[in-house]
Design a protein around this ligand. Structure first.
Ligand code: BES
Ligand code: MN
Ligand code: ZN
Length: 490
């Protein structure tokens, strides 16, 4: 992914630019600060002649004979009616128009649609522009297929202050983290194995000075991770528990925030085999793991003063002669026993041991796990919003705030003891499925039994980690919200 250079300027001197991006309100007005540009008449005529409509996120690229080669007009709708969502769409529309042009060096005036009080989100403008450069290039597909864009530099008409610098920096680090998350998730499961995730973590550790420790199958069996190991027992590909540690706090002994990510590199369902249609998308079942690695990349670049650990239980879920079978009972690392009634509810089986291991090893002050955990989450929230559940409302509220700030949205679902009864088993401490209703909640109720003594939040990203259909691909979510949470709440 090409790195664009972003900066700010308070001058409207067009000398050094080949392209000017100008916001236009629906009533044909352009923001007052831009009146020196003397574009009002041109814009009014374009709208009058029906060549441009300044409704939100509509664009028109004008080629000029002046010293500036292009003017990209972008409709922003009604003044004072701009929402977080419409602003994001506007930023994405600009990115699309610029990427289709030969623009190399842009002066972007989009932020002048905001009044002084609301200084506007350079973060979203930067992130959208940088993210639009993303293109998955599988090694065997060759460079020649790479998306070709020309943009090198974008300068925002905005104050050159600390806050703006930080917004730009955070957006760039987030885009780089998302790129790693997307690359890993898009990579097919015969390449992106647990070992490949471990290799990626080790490389990150080398690049940014993290500690990295990878547990192997024999060690984990010996330690008593009977639940995680029961999922891995049917797989020829070796499982890994990948542990990363970032020490940014001045005090090395500060309790860390822990991120735990589900790393099922392919989920066939196991003996409770999934139907064939769309099964290829189960290569994305390591989206939680990829998010942890993406967030660590961003941490490495931003270096906030906090301690963070990342723990990734990773395996495939395969049917085989050695695979676990419905009705089998296993003992988790916590000592609690589990009757596996459906081998396709494997995510919670690997996460529960990772959650126990994380608490024992790192004594974190907070644990956030993220997982493509339940199809039920897609029924509940679709593909726009991730589910959040947990045992500590303050932690959940802070995560919700971060999700709203970045427009990488979460919505809280409840935990409650009534749902917990659905996990009853006659043969073990609990079953691994909770029956028909509230599948996302019962999955979280299961995890809650392994996080009783720590502030814990769970993100179900089954609907948001990738998109299906013609534009199938990883989204890089929820890297933006987590990076925001970690930089603001450390
Ligand atoms: N990885 C799946 C969840 C999933 C399914 C995510 C489809 C995204 C799209 C998970 O391991 C799973 O199979 N869950 C089961 C649980 C059920 C057996 C209780 C599900 O949701 O069907
Ligand atoms: Mn499954
Ligand atoms: Zn799964």
């Amino acid at each position: 992914m090409k790195q664009i250079q972003f900066s700010t300027t308070t001058s409207l001197d067009l000398q050094n630019f080949d392209t000017l991006i100008v916001p236009v309100f629906e009533d044909a007005n352009i923001p007052k600060q831009l009146q020196n540009l003397a574009l009002d008449k041109l814009v009014k005529n374009l709208i009058k002649s029906n060549d441009f409509k300044a409704s939100s996120a509509k664009t028109l690229m004008l080629i000029t004979q002046e010293k500036i080669n292009r003017i990209c007009l972008v409709g922003v709708g009604k003044q004072n009616k701009i929402t977080d969502k419409s602003y994001l769409k506007i930023c994405q529309a600009i990115a699309k128009e610029i990427n289709q042009s030969g623009a190399k060096n842009c002066l972007n005036l989009i932020n002048s649609i905001f009044t002084a009080k609301n200084s506007g989100s350079l973060y979203q403008a930067t992130l959208s522009m940088q993210q639009s450069q993303y293109d998955y290039i599988h090694p065997s597909r060759g460079e020649h297929k790479a998306k070709k864009t020309y943009l090198e530099k974008m300068v925002f008409f905005n104050k050159d202050n600390m806050q703006n610098k930080q917004s730009i920096q955070q957006a760039q680090a987030t885009a780089n983290g998302m790129q790693l998350t997307q690359d890993l998730a898009n990579m097919p499961s015969n390449f992106c194995t647990p070992s490949y995730l471990a290799k990626t973590a080790k490389q990150l550790a080398k690049d940014y000075g993290f500690e990295c420790n990878v547990l192997e199958r024999e060690q984990m069996i010996k330690m008593g991770m009977g639940s995680f190991m029961s999922v891995a027992q049917g797989c020829a590909t070796p499982p890994k528990m990948i542990c990363l540690s970032y020490q940014g706090s001045n005090n090395k002994d500060d309790a860390p925030i822990a991120l735990v990510g589900k790393g099922v590199t392919f989920d066939t369902g196991g003996i409770s085999l999934k139907p064939g249609a769309g099964m290829d998308e189960m290569k994305y079942d390591m989206g939680g793991a990829a998010t942890v690695l993406g967030v660590f990349k961003a941490l490495g670049e931003l270096k906030p003063k906090i301690n963070v650990v990342g723990v990734i239980p990773s395996t495939e879920n395969m049917p085989s002669g050695d695979a676990i079978k419905p009705g089998d009972v296993v003992t988790s690392l916590s000592g609690q026993t589990i009757e596996i009634l459906n081998t396709d509810a494997e995510g919670r089986l690997i996460l529960c041991d990772a959650l126990t291991y994380t608490q024992k090893t790192y004594q974190p002050k907070q644990i956030i796990d993220m997982a493509t955990l339940t199809g039920a989450c897609i029924i509940a929230l679709g593909h726009h919003i991730s589910a959040i559940l947990g045992n500590n409302q303050q932690l959940i509220d802070d995560l919700l705030t971060a999700s709203n700030t970045t427009y990488d949205r979460f919505w809280q679902l409840p935990l409650s003891e009534e749902y917990d009864e659905q996990l009853k088993s006659n043969f073990a401490d609990m079953a691994n499925i909770g029956g028909k209703g509230a599948g996302t909640i019962t999955a979280a109720q299961f995890l809650a039994r392994f996080t009783k003594n720590v502030a814990w939040a769970h993100l179900d990203i089954a609907g948001t980690a990738w998109t299906s259909g013609i534009n199938k691909g990883a989204t890089g979510r929820p890297v933006p919200a987590l990076v925001e949470f970690l930089t603001k709440n450390g």
